[in-house]
Design a protein around this ligand. Structure first.
Ligand code: PLP
Length: 399
């Protein structure tokens, strides 16, 4: 057996040896196994809007069942371009600057494969959405991490040190990945912070790759600012977005990139060979989704604020220190009150004994010790789900 294992090892690429399976998706499996309430993975457990479900059904009935144009159905690209102009004031040519992909997950890896060479470096803020590290490695680049520091007081925000950021920029830096609103912290980058990043990108000739999939989920009067809307950035930004979070359809797998024509050309080539295209009928439904009225987005943000305000006080009451999210639908917490040596032991106890699945903080950091006293909860769930989780969480005891 041992010999067989050794022989098989030679079949593996060096790349996959550098990263582990997704912890977040593993937590969902654990939740199913133990019958726990799943507050780990960021998918809604409520319905998507009726209009867009009907649009998907109509598209299938109309026989939109064959490959769409590889870089995206014209309808959807036009709708995305129109929305980007109206929402962020960024003009987009749907013919030359847009690529529809299989979710923002594919959009990110296609972008990195299109722009990175071996030896390039990609700057990533940590804690980070867990795909960015493996994405960089798959594309041959080396991730360089910059810390987002947790708020010291309830009124302050996660932020980074300008000196730390400047220190990782140099000749080898190809790109910086920015995720705003941010998973897992709920941070919404301010204009000042984005301008600081912009200045470094211009000084070092670096590309900004911005994951803006939570752009509509904002609280407490925060505003989303697209990096591409900043002066001097449209020509060096790849904006990544998707239907997943804004329209509660994470399983549809429709996302996109907006980038200058030359970069779009490169992304389209990678995208074509990776996936050929995103699901054709769901692209049609995506065009219908992007035509929803402004009230849809206001209701979406309001409903998530109510969910945040339902869960966070319970977490605080039972002993978590919560870092109040200003956007996206996660709350990062500090677990030191519970006296566990690490987050893995705590989340195991939480899923097996308490009956709630959450994501261990270490999965968001390069050095697991940095997240050893943190755990993330997702609140993109029905009231009943949040209430069921709250009831179970009340059994928790501080040590
Ligand atoms: C920051 C971030 N980017 C990308 C994704 C994946 O999105 P998609 O479903 O569009 O691939 C997620 C999902 O949780 C996320 O949190």
């Amino acid at each position: 057996m041992a010999d067989a294992a050794i022989q098989h090892k030679s079949f593996f690429s060096n790349k996959v040896e550098h990263f582990t399976e997704s912890v977040i998706r593993e937590m969902t499996r654990q939740a199913l196994l133990h019958g726990a309430v799943n507050l780990s993975q960021g998918f809604p457990d409520f319905s998507a809007p009726e209009e867009i479900k009907r649009a998907a059904q109509d598209a299938v009935a109309r026989d939109v069942n064959q490959y769409a144009i590889t870089w995206g159905a014209k309808n959807l690209r036009n709708a995305i371009a129109r929305q980007m102009q109206q929402w962020q004031g960024v003009p987009v040519d749907p013919e030359t600057e847009l690529t529809v992909c299989c979710g923002s997950t594919e959009a990110m890896i296609s972008t990195l494969l299109a722009v990175c060479n071996v030896g390039d470096e990609v700057v990533v803020f940590e804690p980070f959405y867990e795909n960015y590290g493996p994405d960089s490695i798959l594309s041959g680049a080396k991730p360089r991490f910059v810390k987002l520091r947790p708020p010291a007081t309830p009124e302050s925000e996660w932020t980074f040190d300008e000196g730390d950021l400047r220190a990782v920029f140099h000749n080898q830096t190809k790109a910086i990945i920015i995720n705003t609103p941010n998973n897992p912290t709920g941070k919404v980058f301010t204009r000042e912070e984005l301008e600081l990043i912009r200045d470094l990108c211009v000084e070092f000739n670096v590309l900004a790759i911005t994951d803006e999939i939570y752009e509509r989920i904002l609280y407490d009067g925060t505003r989303h600012i697209s990096m591409a809307s900043l002066e001097g950035m449209k020509e060096r930004t790849v904006t990544i977005n998707s239907l997943s979070k804004t329209y509660s359809v994470t399983g549809w797998r429709v996302g996109w990139t907006i980038a200058p024509p030359a970069i779009t050309n490169a992304i389209r080539k990678v995208h074509d060979f990776l996936t050929v295209g995103a699901p054709a009928p769901l692209q049609e439904a995506g065009a219908a989704a992007l035509a929803l009225p402004p009230s849809y987005y206001q209701n979406l943000a309001d409903s998530y604020r109510r969910r945040r305000d339902r869960l966070v006080p319970v977490l605080t009451e039972v002993g978590f220190r919560c870092y109040q999210p200003r956007g996206a639908y996660y709350v990062m917490t500090d677990i030191s009150e519970f006296g566990y040596s690490d987050d893995l032991a705590f989340t195991k106890y939480l899923v097996q004994e308490i009956g709630v699945a959450a994501v261990p903080g270490s999965s968001f950091y390069r050095d697991p010790r940095d997240g050893a006293q943190q755990v993330r909860f997702a609140f993109c769930k029905k009231d009943e789900t949040l209430d069921a989780a709250s009831e179970k969480l009340r059994k928790l005891r501080r040590r």
